[in-house]
Design a binder for this molecule. Structure first.
Ligand code: KG4
Ligand code: ZN
Length: 316
């Protein structure tokens, strides 16, 4: 079963070809360099660059997979959420291919794709019930699932997403978008010495990160020359890990799960991966923890392809 998947929801133009769960090609052109001067993603520029790059990415993905379009069995694309003018480009490309090749089309949810990325290239399956934490640039959410067709939202951020907090903090520290990789690098040479505030524990499973970013700004303004940027990055990474670990624990205590899945661009962070694995082990050694490989953590089409594969298997 060969699936061709397209992802254009934000600033990555990506096409992947999968044989069931196995990735045979996954080609991505990132717009990071072009978007950096805007300190984020400018939708009109993103759409222009998707149009410029999508044909190139499609051809390269087919070439690397050594497949002709006629060998494709299913077409998948990101339907939502994302920048509407960018999503439409992937949709038109996918619909045209499906029409021309006379193949079934799978519209896919980008966030579900981040969760299913943890199954790419793996034999192992999740054991239900499961909890899924999504930590990306636009979303921070926890879901509970009893099977593949039933994901219930338990909590989400009330303001900034984790990735957004890292992106905005990096700009306050004088760096450019995307902030997550910058903070991770700075933190490697820093110490956890700044006491950043833990959000008020309201016992809900919702998150709030905007206060943290404001505190980073306040510290930078108050201390100016004496601030140690590496230590501040390290302290920010620590407090974010602690908040995510604590919320995940609360979710697990209320909904004991056999599997915990963590997806989204922020889980490309190695410190956070190690921290969460160690935390989860303390609750119950038997919990299975699933992450995507680092290369499938940030936006890519392979995660949309595997989501389509499971939609095919479970009819949803
Ligand atoms: O999932 P993603 O690629 O795009 C969205 O769907 O939003 O996530 C992008 C986010 C950005 O906020 C970026 O700063 C963050 O993921 N990110 C990281 C790392 N790499 C990307 N955050 C922490 N550590 C990283 N290594
Ligand atoms: Zn994403």
């Amino acid at each position: 079963m060969i699936i061709l998947a397209i992802e254009t929801s934000c600033d990555e133009t990506s096409v992947a070809i999968l044989e069931a769960k196995k990735v045979i090609s996954n080609v991505t052109i990132s717009q990071i360099l072009e978007q950096q001067k805007y300190g984020g993603v400018l939708p009109s520029l993103a759409a222009k660059l998707h149009i410029k790059n999508i044909q190139k990415v499609l051809l390269q993905a087919l070439r690397e997979a050594k497949k002709s379009p006629l060998e494709i069995d299913y077409i998948a694309y990101t339907e939502r959420p994302g920048l509407i003018i960018c999503l439409q480009i992937g949709k038109i490309m996918a619909e045209t291919l499906a029409l021309y090749l006379n193949k079934p089309l799978f519209p896919c949810n980008h966030l579900a794709g981040h969760i299913y990325a943890s199954l790419l290239d793996k034999q192992e399956e999740w054991i239900f019930p499961a909890l899924a934490l999504i930590i990306s640039g636009g979303h921070t959410q926890i879901y509970q699932a009893n099977n593949h067709s039933n994901f219930a939202l338990l909590g989400e951020t009330l303001d900034d997403a984790v990735g957004e907090c890292l992106d905005k903090s990096a700009i306050l520290l004088g760096y450019t978008y995307p902030g997550g990789p910058v903070i991770e690098k700075l933190a490697l040479a820093g110490q956890n010495v700044y006491r950043l505030p833990f959000p008020k524990n309201d016992h809900s499973l919702d998150f709030s990160f905007s206060g943290l970013k404001s505190e980073v700004g306040r510290l930078i303004n108050a201390k100016r020359e004496s601030i140690n940027i590496k230590d501040l990055a390290c302290s920010l990474q620590h407090i974010l890990a602690k908040i995510l670990g604590q919320k995940l624990k609360n979710a697990w205590l209320a909904n004991p799960a056999k599997t915990i899945i963590i997806g989204g661009g922020v889980i490309a962070n190695q410190f956070l991966r190690n921290y969460l694995v160690e935390e989860i082990k303390k609750w119950d050694e038997k919990i299975k923890v699933f992450f995507p490989e680092i290369k499938y953590s940030t936006d890519n089409a392979a995660m949309i392809g595997i989501l389509a594969y499971y939609k095919f298997l479970y009819g949803k």
